[in-house]
Design a protein around this ligand. Structure first.
Ligand code: NDP
Ligand code: 8X3
Length: 271
């Protein structure tokens, strides 16, 4: 083959690879599961829109991952519905078509019996885990409906499947995520949109630090004495889920560490 034809072929292949890249928007990409997911997808030929509130972390991650792919960051609080809609609308044309939405932002706030629960903690969990997920979805679903394609992955929890002592409102918020995921799958079925839930057990992230309001020692104790899931374990599974052929939808997945049998049964070494 003449040299110039070879060069042309190289350009064609590179171009084709680029136009075939899917764009993934990940909420809660500044830490834990969301960050690890951004890292694995960026290294596997996806364009990534990173979302979170902490701008410094977004900038740092954007810098790190730009070595692998196109990255765009959006800083917003998922509770602010006006800002959620405006920020997503503001995406540059290169990133505006979202093929995969990963609704991951969320946390537990507090671990108290219902009679002692803090109203602000309850608001935070319902507003972030449930309403925030809905606002982000509302901003993106119309374009998927129009294109008749797309993939939505909602990060629930084992707390979406069972209730444990003092987990009351967090478990309620995640049960809502589970129900909303099923509802999305039903309503978006006529449009050929994939919808699934991934439900991890205990994952060693900043989750417990947030739950215990910065009490690092109490947070570390949650993961002591056994081999907990790491954020990368869930990210790896998310990569598997998004990379299945389009006719395959992994609808509902519960993932625990081997040491965990349920929310309250964890085989710990003697401490
Ligand atoms: P982290 O605390 O490490 O990460 C939480 C992420 O959510 C951060 O990036 C944070 O970003 C973002 N976030 C929190 N509140 C808001 C908000 N108001 N607006 C925008 N973003 C927000 O925890 P995980 O990675 O563990 O948690 C990720 C998801 O996984 C959550 O939905 C959690 O419920 C779920 N999960 C976690 C498990 C665990 O054991 N760790 C197990 C099962 C499910 P920023 O603060 O920058 O806004
Ligand atoms: C996080 C897992 O068991 O702390 O959703 O609720 S748990």
């Amino acid at each position: 083959m003449p040299f110039l034809d070879k060069v042309e072929l190289c350009f064609y292949v590179l171009n084709k690879k680029n136009t075939m890249k899917k764009t993934v928007l990940i909420t809660g990409a500044t830490s834990g599961i969301g960050k690890a997911t951004a890292q694995i997808l960026a290294k596997n030929n996806y364009k990534v829109v990173l979302c979170g509130r902490r701008k410094d972390r977004l900038e740092e991650l954007e810098k790190e991952l730009s070595a692998f792919t196109e990255i765009h960051s959006l800083a917003f609080d998922v509770r602010d519905k006006k800002d959620v809609l405006e920020q997503i609308k503001s995406l540059p044309s290169d990133f505006a078509t979202i093929d995969v939405l990963i609704n991951n932002a969320g946390n537990a706030h507090g671990l108290d019996p219902i009679q002692n629960g803090d109203l602000d903690d309850w608001d935070a969990m319902i507003d972030i885990n449930v309403k925030g997920l809905l606002y982000v979805s509302k901003a993106i679903i119309p374009q998927m409906v129009e294109r008749q394609s797309g993939h939505i992955i909602n990060i629930g929890s084992t707390a979406a499947k069972e209730v444990y002592p003092n987990g009351n409102v967090y478990c309620g918020s995640k049960h809502a995520v589970d129900a909303i995921t099923a509802g999305m799958r039903i309503d978006l079925n006529p449009f050929g949109i994939r919808v699934g839930g991934i439900h991890p057990g205990l994952v060693a992230t900043e989750f417990s630090e947030v739950r215990f309001k910065g009490d690092v020692e109490r947070a570390a104790n949650v993961y002591k004495g056994f081999d907990p899931l790491q954020a990368e374990d869930i990210a790896d599974i998310i990569h598997f889920v998004v990379s299945r052929p389009y006719h395959v939808n992994i609808a509902d997945l519960v993932v625990m560490s081997t040491a965990q049998a349920s929310s309250t049964i964890v085989k710990k070494n003697n401490l």
